[in-house]
Design a protein around this ligand. Structure first.
Ligand SMILES: [Zn+2]
Length: 329
């Protein structure tokens, strides 16, 4: 790439926090890097999102082993993005036998998983520092049937009993991608949202369904969660702080998409759409983690969706470069 994306120069290690939120639920967070959730039952453990590489996953496994020796039987992929799924193979040595994803996520891996892996590896050299430990794409072994909301299908729901704690898994609606799932531990009111919710970090929307995302956030709000592990940013405890994270994400999505629609209505080009969007986004979000990284992809998608492109165009390493060139022109 002729000129670096913001994330390619972002090489400083993050401080990792592994904290208990409720009797069975834990958050593994890293200052704006992709988070994971851990649910520890009396028989089995589930990990929700499994880091970018097996080498990174081994750090998360080491934290888990400080508090439990149960098998990590289940790995949940909240969606298909490489930074969250390519660490999955590390869990096979820890007893993992089920990799869970929605039908929508499975279809996205088939359609664009390879391209996504390649472009994300180039975008995030820090997260893919040990890329040679990735054996290839991560394929789910347990696909939650049906439930592509873009086709008006009712969402399938999976309930996994880990022993003394049950995890509900389903797709609450389109948003960050068209296949996002959440994990919900109702008895403890803990929500593992994946990238549908972020807090004080960039909200990547390069593959998003921006029009529908606010309604999906409303569905999450209706759960009445008392703790949340967002996709990026610190874990939040207490209903008020959970709502702060939902509000933060909603404001990002709505502001971005409004700007995209204004840019499309005014027949701007991508570079002008970017400048127009910055006027609204920079003052509110300019200081958060990976803001500068997310913005070009976000503006591209908002501009596309506003111009009627319903299915997000596939990002490839070449398209990343083309976009960068268009913004520099
Ligand atoms: Zn994502």
């Amino acid at each position: 790439m002729s000129k670096a994306f913001a994330s390619q120069a972002d090489l400083a290690d993050k401080k990792i926090t592994f904290q208990q939120l409720s009797p069975h639920c834990w958050a593994y967070t890293a200052e704006g890097d992709p988070n994971s959730g851990v649910i520890i039952g009396e028989k089995f453990i589930m990990v929700s999102d499994c880091t970018a590489t097996p080498a990174m996953a081994r750090d998360l496994i080491a934290r888990i082993r400080e508090v439990s020796d149960k098998p990590i039987k289940y790995v949940l992929l909240t969606h298909y993005h490489a930074v969250r799924v390519l660490g999955a193979s590390a869990y096979f040595a820890e007893g993992a036998s089920e990799i869970i994803a929605s039908q929508g996520t499975y279809e996205l891996i088939v359609e664009r998983g390879k391209e996504d892996m390649q472009s994300e590896m180039e975008r995030f050299p820090r997260l893919f520092r040990n890329a040679e430990s990735v054996p290839g794409l991560t394929w789910p072994t347990l696909v939650i049937a049906g439930g592509d909301p873009m086709r008006g299908e009712a969402p399938g729901k999976l309930v996994v009993d880990l022993g003394g704690v049950k995890v509900q898994i389903w797709s609450p609606g389109p948003g960050h991608t068209r296949g996002d799932t959440i994990a919900w531990v109702e008895e403890e009111k803990v929500l593992f949202s994946g990238d549908l919710v972020e807090f004080e970090a960039g909200v990547y929307t390069g593959d998003a369904q921006l029009e529908e995302w606010p309604a999906t956030l409303q569905a999450l709000r209706a759960l009445g969660a008392e703790a949340i592990v967002p996709g990026r940013g610190e874990a939040m405890r207490g209903a008020a702080d959970v709502n702060r994270a939902l509000d933060y994400t909603q404001l990002w999505v709505e502001t971005l998409y409004r700007c995209g629609k204004e840019a499309a209505a005014a027949n701007m080009d991508l570079k002008a759409a970017m400048a127009h969007t910055r006027k609204s986004m920079d003052p509110i979000f300019g200081q958060v983690f990976i803001y500068e990284h997310c913005l070009p992809f976000d503006v591209s998608r908002a501009f596309d969706e506003a111009r009627g492109i319903k299915n997000p165009r596939i990002w490839t390493a070449e398209r990343d470069q083309d976009m960068w060139t268009a913004l520099q022109a």
